[in-house]
Design a protein around this ligand. Structure first.
Ligand SMILES: Nc1ncnc2c1ncn2[C@@H]1O[C@H](COP(=O)(O)OP(=O)(O)OP(=O)(O)O)[C@@H](O)[C@H]1O
Length: 668
């Protein structure tokens, strides 16, 4: 498809009555291909209609320009037609006359019979034959909108522009018209730009969704490619494996914009109270069973007990969003995958180094490796079996899902594969997929298996899509899983708040490991705002025996999803060092020569100790002991580089001194 419309770096500045000016749009740049359906989405007042009007030629940009098929747009023209929400029909004319007027105006030189044919064809196209003689006052809202669409299409525009065309209609009428419009656009390969507030409407109709930031100086914040095949059916679209991923991304963007607005209006300013520097906190989490301590601290009043009166738990769409939220300061704190404090601090992937501190381990264990039923039916039970299956199908790329590069799920999955002599980067393909989307991707055949936390293994087992071939209890029992993470700068700015947060969550962890509370916790977790799944998917391993989906009996796994057992919530630098070696092994970060200093900076046993003492709970720092791994190797914390050297399957390992206080200038 060739470039059809080009929005070339436009600004729109409105003069104000008081002599000032309002910069509505800033530097908008967009290329639209022929036949593409584009939606513009963003909060009220962000400039969607202004942009649409400029493309239509109804308004002029202050800087920059629009071209249509290479020609500059300076005024309205018959090659572009706008459909507004308020229909703009002439009340004294009938349906047929309204359409005829537009056709006669645009095609005065066509023979009368041909013009009449065009009008009648478009009356039929929108199903208004029986209402052709009626005037607008005799029509419903949906019928009036159909007239407006028929009138726009009848003049055969090259570009159809729609400004919230279905906004005023009831849900049923809106649904019918959306489908009609989609069919017409697909059949006639029409190029469309539509302004909408409706996320589902945008996903149904669009090839690309342009998300605009809030004004002033609104610009394109994000562009989402909707890769759902055409022709589309509403049900197929909603059931597409990526649908909720797309939907979450848009809603997340809009929520972030809303928060920015509140922040600018001073509504998210720190509120100091109760001897704490900040009692209003935004804490991020991912929908997983092990977000339980956050949910319990909120629902059972532990945050409030420690003076944190206004805690909002933000369900985030991905671990990437958690990292972004913490780095940007949108989130005060988050339940993080265990390696995230390290990768953010070291600046993995050439990102700026953002020192993170963790003063609390929130959970241990709770992950499994699930493979699809097909592999199970082929007899795959172990990594060695999997290697054979890979060797027998050299033309197939086996893809496995993992949740984030610095997650234990990635490191454990890689460890399991490498132990089976499978190179995780060369013999299979690993894809980053947010936990809630694992099952739908397995179902769609996009991946052959994954390593993830609960309830996403139990859901695949329950739906008979996959079997659990290994739990983390088989691979690395009692490993660190989720940790509380905050920016170091934040911890220094709000030390009493940080301490209160650690205390509240430590008490919540203790509550979560009292098995008498598990039924209540599981019920809370199943709620929409938390994990949002049926209780039957949360129960296995959390309350009930764990079902791997094999022919074996479900087993009782007491240490799966562990929050306080062994009183092991104190940050453990030995485990963190093992994570550092694995991150270096797979080329995710370099291995810092100054690991001792960095470990002490990130894993704050001192803050944990203070919290535990104030709560009169044991301040247990785990002994500095070697870790015995399931493959028989021993990780000696005094010899991390020696351990790295001994590993067989690995990437090129970089060992260097990392100054986390300096701005990152080189690839680590
Ligand atoms: N003629 C004007 N003079 C001054 N400001 C204007 C003018 N027209 C629009 N604006 C401002 O420009 C911004 C963008 O307006 P626009 O109508 O394009 O937003 P929108 O995203 O379409 O909003 P909505 O979704 O509520 O329809 C708003 O803040 C609006 O107040």
């Amino acid at each position: 498809m060739s470039i059809f419309v080009e929005v070339d770096h436009i600004d729109r500045v409105f003069p104000l009555a008081n002599g000032g000016e309002y910069i509505a749009l800033k530097n908008i740049e967009l290329k639209i291909k022929q036949g593409e359906f584009i939606s513009l989405i963003g909060h009220s007042g962000c400039g969607k209609s202004t942009l649409l009007n400029i493309i239509a030629g109804l308004d002029k940009p202050t800087h920059g320009g629009i071209t249509l098929e290479g020609r500059q747009v300076t005024q309205p023209g018959p090659d572009r037609m706008v459909v507004f929400q308020n229909y703009s029909l002439l009340p004294w004319l009938t349906v047929r006359e309204n359409i005829t007027l537009a056709v006669d105006e645009v095609y005065p030189n066509k023979p009368k019979g041909e013009r009449k044919g065009i009008v009648e064809h478009h009356i039929d196209l929108v199903g208004l034959r029986l209402a052709a003689k009626k005037r607008p006052s005799e029509l419903s809202g949906g019928m009036k909108q159909r007239v407006a669409i028929a009138r726009a299409l009848a003049i055969r525009p090259k570009l159809l522009l729609l400004d919230e065309p279905f906004g005023a209609l009831d849900a049923l009428t809106r649904g019918g018209l959306q489908e009609q419009l989609m069919k017409i656009c697909e059949e006639s390969q029409l190029t469309c730009v539509m302004v909408t507030h409706d996320v589902d409407e945008a996903l149904l109709l669009s090839d690309r969704i342009i998300m605009l930031t809030n004004g002033p100086e609104s610009h394109i914040g994000q562009i989402l490619d909707v890769e759902i095949p055409r022709p589309r059916q509403r049900l197929e679209v909603v059931n597409h494996p990526s649908y909720y991923n797309y939907r979450n991304e848009i809603i997340y963007f809009l929520n972030q914009q809303k928060k920015d607005k509140m922040r600018k209006a001073g509504k998210l300013k720190p509120i100091a109270r109760n001897g704490l520097e900040k009692v209003n906190l935004e804490i991020g989490f991912i929908p997983l069973s092990d977000c339980a301590p956050l949910v319990i601290a909120k629902e059972k009043g532990f945050f409030e007990k420690h003076g944190l009166e206004q805690v909002t738990l933000n369900r985030e769409p991905s671990w990437g969003a958690i990292a972004k939220g913490i780095v940007s300061g949108h989130l005060d704190a988050a339940a993080m995958v265990a390696g995230m404090p390290i990768t953010l601090t070291l600046g993995a992937g050439n990102k700026p180094r953002v020192p993170i501190v963790s003063a609390l381990t929130l959970s241990r264990n709770g992950n499994s490796i699930t493979l699809n039923k097909h592999l199970y039916d082929l007899g795959v039970r172990t990594a060695a079996d999997f290697r054979e299956a890979i060797q027998e199908t050299p033309d197939k790329v086996h893809t496995l899902g993992m949740v984030y590069p610095s997650s234990m799920q990635n490191l454990i999955l890689r460890y399991w594969l490498a132990n089976g002599d499978i190179d995780p980067d060369n013999d299979v393909s690993l894809a980053v997929i947010p936990p809630p989307q694992m099952v739908s991707n397995l179902k769609a055949g996009n991946i052959d298996g994954y390593c993830v936390g609960e309830p996403w293994n139990s859901r695949a087992v329950s739906e008979e899509l996959g079997v659990v071939v290994a739990t983390d209890l088989d691979i690395f029992p009692s490993h660190i899983e989720k940790v509380l993470g905050v920016r170091e700068e934040w911890a220094n700015q709000y030390p009493q708040t940080h301490l209160a947060l650690v205390k509240a969550l430590l008490e919540a962890c203790e509550y979560c490991d009292d098995w008498r509370n598990r039924e209540e916790i599981a019920t809370l977790l199943s709620q929409e705002q938390y994990v949002g799944v049926d209780l039957k998917y949360i129960r296995p391993g959390f309350i009930d025996p764990y079902n791997r989906g094999m022919r074996s009996q479900p087993e009782i796994l007491h240490r799966y999803n562990q929050f306080y057992v062994d009183k092991s919530n104190c940050p453990d630098r030995v485990e963190a060092l093992w994570i550092m070696t694995q991150l270096a092994r797979w080329g995710i970060t370099s291995f810092p020569k100054n690991w001792v200093t960095i470990l002490e900076r990130i894993w704050r046993t001192d803050i944990f100790g203070e919290a535990a003492r104030e709560l009169e709970l044991p301040d247990v720092e785990r002994d500095r002991m070697p870790i015995n791994l399931f493959d028989g190797t021993v990780f000696d914390p005094d010899e991390p580089i020696g351990y790295l050297r001994k590993l067989t399957i690995k990437r090129k390992i970089l060992i260097e001194e990392i100054d986390i206080d300096s701005v990152l200038t080189s690839v680590p």
